[in-house]
Design a binder for this molecule. Structure first.
Ligand code: COA
Length: 237
C-alpha cells in the first residue's frame, strides 16, 4: 500500500523515506506521523534494510515542523496523549539499531528538526535552515528535542535555539555540530547515499554494536560507559 504523506523506497539495503507534502513544506501532520510509525516499524523488522535516509520532497523544505492547521484539533488532551503513547514514533526512531541519516535541505523547523535529531548523522545542503519555533507558539519541543538537542550541541546553544526561536543557516549548524557535513544543494542526496554506502560496506553487526555503545554510553557516567563497552561484542580480543 502506498503511503499518503511519504514515499518509501528500498534498494540494495538502503531505504529512503521521503516526507511528501511539498505544498505544505512537508509539515508533519497526523497522517504523516501514522505513515512514519508504520514505515519505521517495517524498517525495524526488515532484515534487508541496513541504513535509512530521511529527506523532504520538493525544493523548499526538509520539514517545516508540526502542521499548524492541526494544532488543538484532537478531540481531547487525554485522547491526544493516548494516541501518542500508542504510536510512539519518536521512541520507535530512537530505539532503532540501524544507522539513520537525515539529508536536510531548506527549512528544517520544529518537529522537522526533532526528526533530524533522532537520526545518527545529519547532512545539510547549503540552503538548509534550522530552528525551533515552539516557544513562540507557547509550547516546548517535546518530541525529544528538548533532550536531544542539548546533548548534540550543548546546553547553552541548545537553550539559545529553543528560547530565542532564532533560525540558523547550514554553516552555523556545522560550527555547532548540529550537522556533520554541508554540501552543495544539488549534491545532497548523492552525498548522503555515498555516506550510507560507506557504512554498508562494514559488517552490520559491528555497525550496530558501535551505535549501541555510543547511544547507551552517552547517558552513563564514564566508568559505567566503559563497563558497558567491555560487555559489547566485536572488541579486539
Ligand atoms: N503547518 C502547516 N502548513 C504550513 C506549515 C506548517 N508548519 N509551514 C508552512 N506551511 C504552508 C503555508 O501555510 C503555505 O501554505 P499556502 O501556500 O496554502 O499559503 C505553504 O506551506 C508555504 O509556506 P509559506 O509560509 O508560504 O512559505 P514562506 O517561504 O513564506 O515561509 C516558513 C516559510 C517556514 C518560514 C513559514 O512557512 C513558517 O513559518 N511555517 C511555520 C513554521 C512553524 O511554526 N512550524 C511549527 C513548529 S512547532
Amino acid at each position: 500500500m502506498p503511503f499518503q504523506a511519504l514515499i518509501y523506497e528500498k534498494a540494495e539495503g538502503l531505504a529512503w523515506v521521503t516526507l511528501n507534502r511539498p505544498d505544505r513544506l512537508n509539515a508533519l501532520n497526523v497522517q504523516m506521523r501514522d505513515d512514519l510509525h508504520e514505515v519505521v516499524s517495517a524498517i525495524r523488522d526488515d532484515p534487508d534494510v541496513q541504513v535509512v535516509i530521511f529527506r523532504g520532497a520538493g525544493e523548499r523544505a526538509f520539514c517545516a515542523g508540526a502542521d499548524l492547521t492541526e494544532f488543538g484539533s484532537a478531540p481531547s488532551p487525554v485522547i491526544a496523549r493516548q494516541v501518542r503513547w500508542e504510536r510512539d514514533l519518536w521512541g520507535l526512531l530512537l530505539g532503532l539499531s540501524k544507522p539513520l541519516i537525515a539529508a536536510v535541505h531548506g527549512h528544517c523547523l520544529g518537529s522537522g528538526l526533532e526528526l533530524a535529531l533522532t537520526c545518527d548523522l545529519r547532512v545539510a545542503a547549503d540552503d538548509a535552515r534550522f530552528g525551533l519555533p515552539e516557544a513562540g507558539l507557547g509550547i516546548i519541543p517535546a518530541a525529544g528535542g528538548s533532550q536531544i538537542l542539548p546533548r548534540v550541541i550543548g546546553r547553552a546553544r541548545g537553550l539559545d535555539l529553543m528560547l530565542t526561536g532564532e533560525v540558523i543557516d547550514a554553516p552555523e549548524a556545522y560550527q555547532t555540530g548540529l550537522v556533520t557535513r554541508v554540501v552543495p544543494r544539488p549534491e545532497l542526496f548523492r552525498q548522503a547515499e555515498a555516506i550510507a554506502r560507506l557504512i554498508m560496506e562494514r559488517d552490520q553487526a559491528v555497525v550496530r554494536a558501535a551505535k549501541e555503545a555510543v547511544i547507551r554510553g552517552l547517558d552513563l557516567p564514564l566508568a559505567e560507559g566503559l563497563a558497558l563497552e567491555a560487555t559489547l561484542k566485536y572488541r579486539q580480543p
